[in-house]
Structures are given as C-alpha cells and as structure tokens.
Design a protein around this ligand. Structure first.
Ligand SMILES: [Zn+2]
Length: 224
C-alpha cells in the first residue's frame, strides 16, 4: 500500500540498445497522424559515448522502484536495453490498452553543445485523437517540471521550449496517446555540464525521484 496504491503508470524508456544495428526495422515508417515517422530511432549520446538508450533505461528502472515503493503498478514499454524497438506506435498503445492513469517517456536530448537544461514535451490537440488528454497532460507536465527543477537543480532548457515546457504536434507518442502523457528530456547530452550530471548514478537517482514526485503530485488530483 502507499499513496499511489491503485494507480497504473506506464514508463517508456526511449529508444533501445539494439536499434542502431537494425535500421531495416527501426527506419520503417509508421503513421503518427500529423506525419509519417520512423518506427523508432537510435537516440543520442554524450561526447564520452554514454548512450541515451542506456540512460533512459537506467532512469526508468530507478523510477519504477520509486513508484512501486509508493504502491503504484508500473508497466514498461520495453523489457531490456539490448532489444530493438518497439515502434513508437506500440509504445503509445501499451499505455492506451490498459488505460493507464499516466504515462511518461524518458529521454535525454541531443541539442547543440551550448544549449543547457531540461524540457518536457506535452501534446497539443490532434482532433479526434488525443483531445481528452491535452489538459491533464499539461497538468502532468507542470507537476513534473516543478518537481524536476527543484529536485535536480537543473534549469529549464535555454534553447528550446518555454519555462521547461514544449508543446508538440509531431511526436508519435503524444499524438497517439489516449492517456495523460508527457515526454521528459532530462537534459542535453551534448552539453558538457549536463552530460556530466546525466552520466552520474547519484544524479540519475535524483532525476528518478523528482519525476516520481511530479507524478505523485499529479496522480493525487488528476482531474482538470
Ligand atoms: Zn530520445
């Protein structure tokens, strides 16, 4: 039991360790309503070669533990870090099919080396698809933004979005979701200061705990 007892959260660790070796699978185009996009992508890495898919997987494990310790049921969109995919359409379906209370995708950005900080991508209305989840997703984005800034000390990104929020109509995971969902870009792997933090296990724990805090705040009062 715990404050999240009865809540179902889907965690989507972006990309996968086997994607780079299987372009024939991940480059296959899928329909995300506003455009066609590759099924999945390889993600970015730090200048020292710490891969985003490994970062995402590690944070997802820590976040799973934090949420389960509060009583949540957690479902992941992939079961390891050496597989291929799944497609972004299937990642969205994982949360939709079980009508999760919230879903969060974990990423780190590959911006220019002078860009710094985190941002949270949230859905904009795609008529007839995600209409009902735009408002709750915004509330989820704000809750995680506030907890992330306070818990990690990283600032909102100075190169993209506004005040750490970045509404998007070109992300499959956000266009296709029927549950409240955001994508967290935890920092910029191409910025040396951010990369040093993202590469540190203790800091990744702070990231996971901060995202858990934001989810808990949202799930305590999800209705808009
Ligand atoms: Zn990514």
């Amino acid at each position: 039991m715990g404050v999240l007892s009865g809540k179902v959260v889907v965690i989507d660790p972006g990309h996968n360790g086997g994607n780079a070796e299987h372009p024939e699978i991940v480059n296959k185009k899928v329909d995300v309503i506003t455009k066609k996009k590759p099924c999945d992508t390889t993600g970015t890495e730090t200048d020292d070669g710490y891969a985003e898919h490994a970062f995402n997987w590690d944070v997802a494990q820590r976040l799973t533990e934090a949420l389960e310790s509060q009583g949540a049921e957690v479902v992941l969109t992939r079961d390891g870090d050496d597989g291929v995919g799944p497609c972004i359409t299937d990642r969205a379906a994982t949360a939709n099919d079980i009508d999760a209370d919230a879903a969060v995708s974990i990423h780190a950005d590959g911006g220019s080396s002078d860009g710094h900080g985190f941002h949270i991508m949230e859905p904009v209305r795609i008529k007839g698809h995600n209409d009902k989840v735009v408002k709750p997703s915004h509330k989820l984005a704000v809750a995680i933004r506030d907890a992330y800034e306070e818990g990690t000390g990283l600032p909102p990104a100075d190169y993209i979005g506004e005040d750490g929020l970045n509404p998007r109509d070109d992300m499959g995971g956000l266009n296709l979701t029927t549950v409240p969902k955001v994508m967290v870009e935890c920092g910029n792997m191409r910025h040396s200061g951010d990369a040093e933090k993202l590469s540190d296990g203790d800091f990744r724990q702070r990231i996971a705990d901060s995202i858990a805090t934001g989810l808990t705040t949202y799930l305590a009062a999800p209705a808009v």
